[in-house]
Each structure stands twice: as C-alpha cells, then as structure tokens.
Design a protein around this ligand. Sequence first.
Ligand SMILES: Nc1ncnc2c1ncn2[C@@H]1O[C@H](COP(=O)(O)OP(=O)(O)O)[C@@H](O)[C@H]1O
Ligand SMILES: [Mg+2]
Length: 356
Amino acid sequence: MNWDDETPDSATGADPRLVDAGADTEDTAVEAALRPKDLDEFIGQEKVREQLDLVLKAARARGATADHVLLSGAPGLGKTTLSMIIAAEMAAPIRITSGPAIQHAGDLAAILSSLQEGEVLFLDEIHRMSRPAEEMLYMAMEDFRVDVIVGKGPGATAIPLDLPPFTLVGATTRAGLLPPPLRDRFGFTAHMEFYAPAELERVIHRSARLLDVAIDAAGAAEIAGRSRGTPRIANRLLRRVRDYAQVKADGHITVEIASAALGVYEVDARGLDRLDRAVLEALLKLFSGGPVGLSTLSVAVGEERETVEEVAEPFLVREGFLARTPRGRVATPAAWAHLGLAPPQGAPGQAGLFPA
Ligand SMILES: Nc1ncnc2c1ncn2[C@@H]1O[C@H](COP(=O)(O)OP(=O)(O)O)[C@@H](O)[C@H]1O
Ligand SMILES: [Mg+2]
C-alpha cells in the first residue's frame, strides 16, 4: 500500500487501483460533498473524538486558541476531514498547505505571518517538510514568533516577528518520521485507526444518502467488508457499485448487486484486488507458501519489487495473509483458506511457523 497521499500508486508505474487509499482526482472532487462537518457527524474513532471534543471545548471555554494537534494515520482515514472539523468547531478560518509545498523557510514565514488570530493552519504530510522550515516551525509553535532573515551572508540579520496565536493541525501518515522536538510541540496527538466494518457501513449509508443512492443494509455491509477499513475506499467502491446498479439494474443497491459489481472490478470479499491476489497466488501455487525471497516473488508476479513490497504487502500483512520472515515471505493458513486451496503436507513455510 502506498502511504503517501501525494504519491498515488499510479506514480509507481502501476495502474491506479480501486482499493488504493490515496485520493484520485475523482475522490478530490467528490469528497468535499461527503465530508462530515462537525464532530457529531464524524463516524467512529470514538477515542479520538472524545479526546478532541474535550480539547476543543476547554479551549472554547477559556476563550483561547486550541492547542496544536497532530493527526497520524494511514491515508483515507479522515485526517483532512478532522482538520476542517477542528476549524469549524472553533469557528475559525482554516488555511491548508502541505509539507512538500513548503520548499523554503521563507514560504512558511509568509504563511505564518499572514495568519489571523485563532486561525487553523493545516499542514498535511508534515513529515515531508524541509529541515529549515521545520526549525522555524518549532519557534512559531512554541512562542508564536518567527525570525525573518533579511539579507545574505555575514550581513544577514534576523528580525523577530510576533505571530497571532494560531492552531497548527499537522497530519502525517508516518508519525515515526517526525523529529521528536516537532512531535513534542503538539499538545494533542490523535492516532487514527482503521475502521470496523460496522462503522464503514454507517459511512456508506451516510454517503449514499448524500449522493441520493438507494442501498439496503446487506448491500452496505457487502461494500464495507471490501473497503479495507478505510472510509475513502468505502466511498469510492460505493460510487462504482452505484454505476453498476444504474446500468445493470434499477439503481437500488442490494447485496447481489454490490457483490456482482465488485466482482467486475476484481475487488474480492476481503478487499483484495488483482495485484494482491496475484501475489498470494504466486506464493501459494509456485512456492508452496514460501518462504520465498521478495525478488523471486516479484519476478513470478511480473511486478517491480517496490510494487509488491509497498503496494501489495502491507495490506496482506495487516490482514494476516502473509508474513515477512528473515527467510522470506511466508503464507499463513488464512491465505490458503482465502484462496480455497489446501496447504501441502509439510510445506516448508508451514512447519513450525504456524502451529495449528
Ligand atoms: N469518520 C468519518 N466519517 C465519515 N466519513 C469519513 C470519515 N473519515 C473519512 N471520511 C470520508 O473519507 C474521505 C477521506 O477522508 P480524508 O479526511 O480526506 O482522509 P485523509 O486526509 O486521512 O487521507 C472523505 O471523503 C471523508 O468524507
Ligand atoms: Mg488528507
């Protein structure tokens, strides 16, 4: 799986995938209409919601600007949505930018110095910001101050500039990549988890209502089960199933329609797509379940190493279909069961690794 919003799988040379968690052009256009507008409308993530609710309520009661918030989690789980909700709940304007968009510290200084009091600054992919910008951000977050450097070389001087209090909302798919001094300056860190199927069903029902699509409970459950725990994917699959329902039926989404539609798009019952299944099938059929090295497995699938490792494997590992061991990739019993195959007796990958 690709964990950077800004680099969809298409950038790695593969076809865009229906189950990629990054936003494609269509998502970007549709998502604005589907985003929950306040915390009450935001589905799931109970812990994060409860904690954030307290942080925001307390700030409002004090008449103060909310503490800086760090949102960490995989793409498509609702980080951008939450940043907008934070601004809405604080009745504050929001400015949206991203780490890669800030090339120089000067870019950041320009943004910071034009913020209004109480404004929310959303910094997406904060782990991809440049070093000098990062250091400027430390001081801005802590003291609401930046040093603007005027001139070059030995004659350069730093002119301190006071900033109005603001709330920085940083989002990252990789909290581990953030330097500790930056992480420490957030008053509150929210770790976003993958969504349970029941939560995704609610997301799907809500989106269907907004898109004016008729769907029954079993239809929503069918789509939810294939959405990889990710609201963005759930919304995308819903749109594809809607297309199918309109063309092949009366537009009403039932479990039969949902499963037939996603069959056409090759997204299986657990949310695996063609690539995921190709990797699993090669591992099971050609290598008896492994262990097999990544390079060998990639050649067998006819894909780049990186594609197998970064696009397919993370989800297969997360779902418990594949394990990365020091001796190579190994299929789990769940993988054999999912593909409806019987593991060979005494397959090397099975012995001792997964006692029954
Ligand atoms: N908790 C949620 N409830 C309802 N819809 C959600 C939720 N989280 C995300 N979504 C939907 O999923 C899509 C992707 O969310 P987004 O905030 O852009 O994810 P991220 O920024 O983490 O990649 C949006 O269209 C949003 O409407
Ligand atoms: Mg986002």
